[in-house]
Design a protein around this ligand. Structure first.
Ligand code: GDD
Ligand code: MN
Length: 362
């Protein structure tokens, strides 16, 4: 049996239309149920579903009293669904119910781990008149996920998967709203098939995904990268933060020189400022999303680490300059090699010592 999970929040005007279109598309083709997961909407969403249920439609509703959130709602629906095939879609008819049958058949024919109704493969489309911002936003969000998956539309909320694949998911962390992406990484879904759909604009009610959700997407990505690539992912974050630290270092140095400080003192201060600048994002982001660790011991250890890193940097640069003839003519490259080695050293000690302790791994 197919279970269609529809998360809802304030969708009273969409319940009847979406059910009608699903029925028109599926009745007499396959056995299915529709499970709405509503977060106690203050409008008549729940009443609309119960009405339909009384009229004998294959629908029911789970009402969550004190939880909010798209992905956790879908998770709840998947867990309580009766079907061996789990599909999720939006209530607002952006996702065409007419595509469901083909998605299910494709899943069965190809034994896919997931079938996605996709906007971004040949034949797929979004409504005309997506403004440049919305379009860019969607494409950039997709690009950022490319190193995680080759799926073109992993950002979707319209997909179907067999229950056993869903149950393989360990460590689900349904905070972000890109739930398909989360499942692709964590189940993991090896065979993902996309079939083209036309993604229509919502006609009734309002979208719930605001800028705050978009910001959370970045955190969601960070977590998925860490989950998938572990230390390498953290190294990239460490380097990006380090690069911003170089800019801060040079700026501070320039400002302090302008203020008339002696170069030696100015540069020492600039190092301290940039080190402190680097500390915070590493503390909150690279090494711990939740940051339950006491700050100052970490800060102290980070300062010590950076000092050692500087010694490594200096020693390597000097060793190259004095022992390899080629480098005496290319002293900047010697310095770069020193910086690279120092950075790797810094990172490894930060990873295993300065920022040690339990880490969020989901
Ligand atoms: N239960 C519950 N709780 N449902 C929610 C919540 C929530 O906190 N937030 C949103 N929903 C429901 C809406 O009622 C709707 O049925 C569906 O989730 C999608 O919400 P929209 O507000 O219409 O989102 P959207 O159109 O901006 O985003 C859709 O497209 C994105 C890709 O462009 C969603 O499908 C996203 O998952 C998808 O990433
Ligand atoms: Mn929508």
């Amino acid at each position: 049996m197919l279970s269609i999970i529809i998360p809802t929040y304030c969708e009273e005007d969409n319940v009847h239309p979406v059910v009608a279109r699903i029925r028109a598309a599926l009745d007499s083709h396959l056995e299915y149920e529709i499970v709405f997961v509503d977060d106690n909407s203050p409008d008549k969403t729940v009443a609309r579903v119960t009405e339909l249920q009384k009229q004998g439609a294959p629908v029911r509703v789970i009402v969550r009293q004190d939880e909010r959130g798209l992905s956790s709602a879908i998770t709840r629906g998947f867990r309580e669904a009766r079907g061996d095939l789990l599909l999720c879609m939006d209530a607002d008819l952006s996702h065409p119910p007419e595509a469901i049958l083909e998605m299910v058949r494709t899943q069965q024919a190809q034994q896919a781990d997931m079938v996605i109704g996709s906007r971004y493969i040949a034949g797929g489309k979004t409504e005309e008149g997506w403004g440049l911002f919305r379009w860019l936003n969607s494409r950039v969000a997709g690009l950022l996920a490319r190193p995680l998956t080759a799926v073109r539309d992993a950002m979707t909320g319209f997909f179907v998967m067999p229950r056993p694949v869903f149950e393989r998911a360990k460590d689900l962390n349904p905070i972000g709203y890109k739930f398909a992406l989360e499942l692709i990484i964590k189940c993991p879904c090896r065979k993902v098939v996309e079939i083209p759909i036309f993604f229509a604009d919502r006609q009734r009610g309002e979208s719930k995904l605001n800028l705050r959700e978009q910001a959370r997407y970045i955190l969601h990505l960070k977590r998925l990268y860490d989950y998938r690539y572990g230390r390498a992912s953290r190294f990239v974050q460490f380097c990006l933060i380090g690069a911003s630290g170089v800019v801060v270092n040079l700026l501070t140095y320039a400002i302090l020189l302008r203020l008339g400080l002696m170069p030696g003192l100015a540069y020492a201060l600039a190092i301290w400022v940039s080190m402190t600048w680097n500390f915070w994002p590493n503390h909150y982001l690279t090494f711990d999303l939740t940051a339950h660790h006491p700050v100052w011991p970490r800060y102290g250890r980070f300062v010590v680490t950076c000092a050692f890193g500087a010694v490594v940097n200096w020693s390597i640069t000097m060793a190259l300059l004095h022992n390899v003839a080629w480098f005496s003519a290319h002293e900047y490259i010697a310095a770069l090699a020193g910086i690279a080695t120092g950075t790797v050293f810094n990172f490894l000690i930060s990873h295993d010592w300065a920022f040690r302790g339990p880490r969020l791994t989901k």
